[in-house]
Ligand binder design. Sequence first.
Ligand code: AMP
Length: 296
Amino acid sequence: MKVIRTIRELREELASRRALGQGPVGFVPTMGYLHEGHGSLMKRAREQSGTVVLSIFVNPIQFGPGEDFETYPRDEARDLAFAESQGVDIAFLPDVAEMYPQPTKTKVAVSELTSLLCGASRPGHFDGVTTVVNKLFNIVKPDFAFFGMKDAQQVAVIEQMVRDLNMDVRIVPCPIVREGDGLALSSRNVYLKPEEREQALVLSRSLKTASELLGNGSLRTAGDARQLLREIISEAPMADIDYADVLTFPELTVLADDAEITGVDSMVIMALAVRFGKTRLIDNALFQPKEGISHV
Ligand code: AMP
């Protein structure tokens, strides 16, 4: 595995690999502190690419004031060993000065899809994400880019950006990877104190219960689903709900409380963001109303 820190060197390396016919290029953008969720994206990339590029970059412009940019967990040596074990060909680790030699005056912003859920709680976050993903796509020129459904809104936003701007890349959404007890893997899970870690199980538990009840027809409306999610999450005394919502996916249209979920034409997402102390966790489950199939 090659470790590359400059844009120029990465472009040269990719040009020579393409000239040797070592495509297609599969790209996995991350902020590092890698875990098996990231690993699943790298494995998927390995299966369908001649060259797998992983980026590790904690992107300052997607963090708001008072968020955890400075304290975001970092462990480069461990990340590089893990990336190599997943079959990555090139690890791209630019520093902030390499990506933003001057403050950027150009931003890529997707409207509407970014005004709710995490976009409402974290103003400017998605503009930071779409801007850096756009820069990384321009640098790597991937054929495929792999994103986790853990960040389902991010997938919807990036797919919209790619369509709207005719970007020549195929977005590949990958399923959420969980711990054995259901907690969705996240670099931020290391922040959780033992008691918070225990109580954080209410996220996946609420989604699983709601999905089961939707599947067997005993939960019908979006309002009932919201209420059930909130009730189960509130069983954890330390849980502070940011949102627990039910929307269509990927359009992210909020379903009215009296909307019958089984009557919805597109997929339905139950999306959660819950704080435990200083740590904000997100999780979600998709439901396919036509087939009664859920993906938790
Ligand atoms: P991050 O480093 O948190 O920005 O995440 C980088 C990529 O890994 C994003 O596409 C995430 O959606 C994905 N990812 C993070 N956690 C998981 C998980 N538990 N399962 C699947 N993908 C994940």
